[in-house]
Write a protein that binds this ligand. Structure first.
Ligand SMILES: [Zn+2]
Length: 391
């Protein structure tokens, strides 16, 4: 099967983040096994989902992990002009379908290059690391990265995460954390606003504290020009609470997201916020003893990626992609999680993030060709005796 045929098959599995991925998993597993590759699964607790990993080439230190996710985002509410789960060639040089670019395109490139990998005389191994539930918070990658570092006797050195980057190397990614805060106050007639504790009024105070915290980070010149915007951001995206204008709200709730540049610490910001909440609780319990503020995790934190420009993986990715300009992104990806496991990591893959997650998602055919070409160059690098100096 060529890369387009493989992509067509991959797109036909409508596996959304959060759902069982066994259908697409078993198809990929079948392709690998029919080529003689031994596949290892990393299942979730009830066995309804699994990541897979495998090694192609010798069991020696210094290999390269190719990482991608098998799940996609929903199509509900989007106006598609084609069936999102049928890869469609409209004759305009683009292939349309959900996941065509994010990121089944890269998975297709990996599988299309498999025969070349098997034929090559690889001096260093290539690993596939395909995860599930990336689109609902990069949930499976930490366990997958851990499984790779514990399963094999040898130690891989690099991870290339094939998220759509128009084949440009991406070395930085903001850390991301999504939280929910619940405020429990006391209900009453609106005229008694000083005798009760309005959960809405208090929630607004907490929201302003968060905004001020962001402004303080900027004022303190905590800036990293590699990112747009160059500062950590704190954003409140959904607020609810109250029942009527003349009733004091006893409940309020808001969602917030925190996107941190590498020099800022997600935990430290959340801890400082918690400290402020504790102070408010102590003050307001004098008015209403059951007053409380509770902040809970909506998604586990996704760590930042901060690969230095002079890291070996950067020169490797520059060489195989043919692109030398380094970029950063503010979206969530699994690269920071692979880096946390000790693998030098960079993002580089076919397609544009501008086409991801939207109606009529597509990948340009020439991007698929470039994706396969990058992997073929990687095979050449890893077949060369000269590659040894990288490891
Ligand atoms: Zn993705």
């Amino acid at each position: 099967m060529n890369v387009e045929e493989i992509l067509k098959k991959l797109v036909s599995f409508p596996v959304l983040g959060g759902e069982s991925n066994l259908s697409i998993l078993n198809w990929i597993k079948g392709v690998l096994e029919s080529n003689g590759v031994t596949v290892h699964l990393v299942p979730n607790e009830d066995g309804s989902k699994a990541s897979l990993h495998c090694r192609i080439g010798p069991a020696t230190d210094g290999g390269v992990i190719l990482s991608g996710h098998m799940d996609v985002v929903p199509v509900e509410g989007q106006e598609w002009t084609t069936d999102p789960f049928v890869l469609t060639d409209k004759g305009d040089g683009k292939l349309y379908g959900r996941g065509a670019c994010d990121m089944k395109g890269f998975l297709a490139c990996c599988l299309a290059a498999l025969p070349q990998m098997l034929e090559a005389d690889l001096k260093k191994p290539i690993y596939f690391a395909f995860s599930y539930d990336e689109e609902v918070g990069c949930l499976a990658a930490p366990e997958l990265a851990r499984a790779i570092s514990t399963h094999y006797d040898e130690t891989p050195k690099y991870a290339i995460i094939g998220e759509p980057s128009l084949m440009e190397p991406i070395v930085g990614q903001k850390g991301i954390y999504i939280l929910e805060t619940y405020v429990n106050g006391s209900a009453g007639h609106s005229s008694r606003v000083k005798q009760e504790v309005s959960a809405i009024h208090e929630a607004m105070r907490l929201i302003l504290w968060l905004e001020k915290k962001m402004d303080q980070l900027i004022a303190d010149k905590r800036l990293d020009d590699r990112f747009h915007p160059p500062h950590s951001s704190i954003h409140i995206g959904l607020v609810s609470g109250g029942i009527a204008p003349n009733v004091i709200a006893d409940k309020a709730h808001f969602y917030w997201d925190l996107r941190t540049i590498p020099m800022d610490d997600i935990d430290a910001i959340v801890k400082e916020f918690d400290g402020y909440c504790k102070k408010r609780e102590a003050t307001l319990r004098q008015v209403f003893p059951d007053f409380s503020i509770k902040t809970v995790e909506n998604h586990p934190p996704v760590p930042h990626l901060d690969t230095k420009a002079d890291a070996d993986v950067v020169s490797l990715v520059k060489r195989i992609s043919g692109k030398s300009k380094l970029n950063t992104v503010s979206y969530a990806a699994e690269a920071g999680q692979f880096a946390n496991e000790g693998f030098q990591s960079a993002i580089c893959g076919p397609g544009s993030i501008a086409q991801a997650h939207r109606a009529d998602e597509f990948i340009a055919k020439e991007q698929l060709v470039k994706g396969v070409a990058m992997i073929n160059k990687l095979i050449l690098e890893l077949s060369s005796e000269n590659f040894a100096w990288y490891a």
